[in-house]
Design a binder for this molecule. Sequence first.
Ligand code: TEU
Ligand code: CA
Length: 554
Amino acid sequence: MTKKWWHDKVAYQIYPKSFYDSNGDGIGDIQGIIQKLNYLQDLGIDIIWLSPCYQSPLADEGYDISDYYKIDPRFGTMDDMKQLISEAKQRNMYILMDLVVNHCSDEHEWFQKACEDPDGKYGNFFYLRDKENGKLPTNWRSYFGGPVWEDLPGTNKQYLHVFHKKQPDLNWENHELREEVYKNINWWLDQGIGGFRIDAIINIKKALPFHDYAADRDDGLCSLSSMLEEAHGIGEFLTEMRDKTFKKYDAFTVGEVFNEKPEEVPDFIGENGYFSSMFDFNEAIFGGSDKGWYDAKQITPDDYKKCCFESQKKIGTIGFLCNIIENHDEPRGVSRYIPEGDCCPHSKTMLAALNFMLRGIPFIYQGQELGMENQTFHSMKEVDDISTINEYQIALDAGLSEEEALKAVSRFSRDNARTPMQWSSDQNAGFTDGTPWLNVNPNYTSINAAKQQADPDSVLNFYKKLIALRKNPEYKETIIYGTLEPYLETQHNLMAYYRIGNKTLLIIGNYQKEPQNALLESSIKKVILNNYDNLSEKNNTVTLKGYQLLILEM
Ligand code: TEU
Ligand code: CA
């Protein structure tokens, strides 16, 4: 495998709106990020992925872009962005921008021009269809609810949007559109960024000609999955994009890919893949239901283990996955993957290490390094996220009471991860001097960065140790390039695996609050990391305390 500059890196995702507010308007901003670069450097971060901060009406919190060349004034200016890129560089850090090109905003100039002249150049930047009295062009359901079709203002046409109606899909079949996208990518790479996280990219190829699929809910609509399954040829777009942009810059790219088949893995992330890497969502999508969030199944420790190992087996040494515990679209990982009532520093650090030591590139989502937990929502008035609002309605339509529906969507709400970063026990968690745009989680007085910095046994300091270990010259090769072999795979509530390279490491976590024994196959050379002060071992058997985690050199 050809070594790449990004193989040994550790990445961190920033959700700008909720990271740090430098000017008291309640909204996080780029100057706020600059002020926290030393915090990230101290943690050991090399790559920073910024969720979108381009000009946007923020209907989907920035994933609806109205100008790809501008920074939204709420986040700052292009000069701020240039300053961020250069300050990051001084600290040997790279910035990844979020590439959102399946769709733009309905407030983008292209869309405005398409409305003015649907048969002209910009009409062909979108998927437009004539309105036929009362009948929709297709029965597809958008990810955020309702049909994917919406009237094109001022015309007798409709446009396609697989996400929100304020996010019209871009027509990738049109080479003029593709060239505009590549021009923008290259422009950003010329600003000195390290690469991109690539949003919702599997949606850019549609099955043509459009047609209906079997309805799967009472609304008469169908999920987009059948259409996407039928859409062949995304590789041509992705190859062209790679060759005309990323490749020339040796950029690091991470695709948000959900539905690749095992035989397609080399195309996506192999030696000359479309992307450098892609996220592993296997745990995140576990238990999902076609009916909606309210019907989703809770994940157990054994399921979690199974999901991780499944992905590892699927990828093998073909390439590198990006491993995550959470992101801005998911609830907090500790609230999701640790059995209810068991969230504590031991379980949180166990989960951290089990995920972090997998083969792949670790991505930490802001606040994850503190073990930030889900928010408690008392009413839908406290919710901002359009996806949660839609899923709440779906739950009500399915017959749940308001209380039940709120409880059901609270478990999965994207706002769980979007509450402001908990910096300190000062007012508003030290995030802002003003009124935060989204409520702070009231647990900030106990869970915050300042407190954890001072506590050697904190989740934060454990993350620092994990990151330092990945960079330790003695173990680096093994942690980055070593293979992964599950160990004691069928032992209930135990997750263990070897990482094998020039060293042999055993990562072992007792995924329950009760103690349990684990048999070792060989003797321990060295205890590299332990989330308890001591280790009980006799006759090649370790007795692990509740949620005890060990990284051992064997
Ligand atoms: O997410 C794509 C995606 O598949 C999500 O719609 C996911 O299923 C959903 O968030 C679950 O609620 C990306 C972004 O990460 C997300 O924030 C955007 O809303 C979406 O694309 C549209 O740009
Ligand atoms: Ca601000």
